[in-house]
Design a protein around this ligand. Structure first.
Ligand SMILES: N[C@@H](CCC(=O)N[C@@H](CS)C(=O)NCC(=O)O)C(=O)O
Length: 212
């Protein structure tokens, strides 16, 4: 049985859970935090980050984007795809996934920094991460506004009406909203509409963390 190692709150772990559900692949979830001194996460990923993923052959993978690419090779016969099979369109979707993941990376760094003692926090470091988050959301707002008639994020042959980039973006939007109690919907109305639509899918509803 395939296994996901991670926490219920991580946006990167949720990406993998959503993708597995969308592919119709059954999996075990092993709940582990990477942040304790004796965490078993290091046995799966030397970077001591979640998610890690053990595939049907017992091979271990890490980094959510790579795991989503691996799942494309393991989906059921005739199963739909979350990534285009042609190289260039696939890279174009993965570029958007990389941007969404980068927003998540900056958000996680900012969240960790804000958890430190106030005297140890760096305002300029937090501002630097916040800029990445803000630029990323603004990019996607513009992107969605300019491509209303062809939503390139998930408009490709053999797709499920959903791509790896959609999953990454909605997971990070919901995570950011919850973690920072952020109200960005007025500022980015197109993004809000989009997140509501995608976030209504069963795979998102069943993986939504409490309060999210
Ligand atoms: N690029 C990685 C990011 C994963 C990541 O940063 N996960 C966080 C949890 S949200 C983590 O495990 N952090 C532990 C650490 O950085 O030591 C991915 O997409 O899987």
């Amino acid at each position: 049985m395939m296994q996901v190692i991670g926490s219920y709150t991580s946006p990167f772990v949720r990406k993998v859970r959503v993708a597995l559900i969308e592919h119709g692949l059954p999996f075990d979830f092993r709940e582990e935090t990477p942040y304790t001194a004796d965490t078993p996460v290091r046995d799966f990923n030397p970077l001591v980050k979640v998610p890690a993923f053990v595939d049907a052959n017992g091979e271990t993978w890490f980094d959510s984007a790579l795991i989503l690419a691996v799942l494309e090779t393991q989906k059921a016969e005739g199963g739909a795809s979350l990534l285009p099979s042609d190289a260039v369109p696939q890279l174009q979707v993965r570029r958007l996934e990389t941007l969404a993941d980068g927003i998540g990376d900056a958000g996680v760094l900012m969240f960790m920094e804000k958890k430190r003692d106030e005297s140890e926090q760096s305002a300029s470091w937090i501002a630097r991460q916040q800029e990445k988050v803000d630029n990323g959301f603004a990019f996607f707002e513009r992107y969605l506004t300019e491509r209303l008639d062809k939503d390139f994020l998930h408009d490709f042959d053999g797709g499920l009406g959903l791509s790896a980039a959609d999953i990454a973006l909605v997971c990070v939007l919901e995570w950011y909203t919850l973690r920072f109690n952020a109200d960005w919907r007025k500022q980015y109305p197109r993004l809000a509409e989009y997140a509501k639509q995608i976030g209504g899918r069963e795979s998102f509803v069943t993986t939504r963390p409490p309060g999210g």
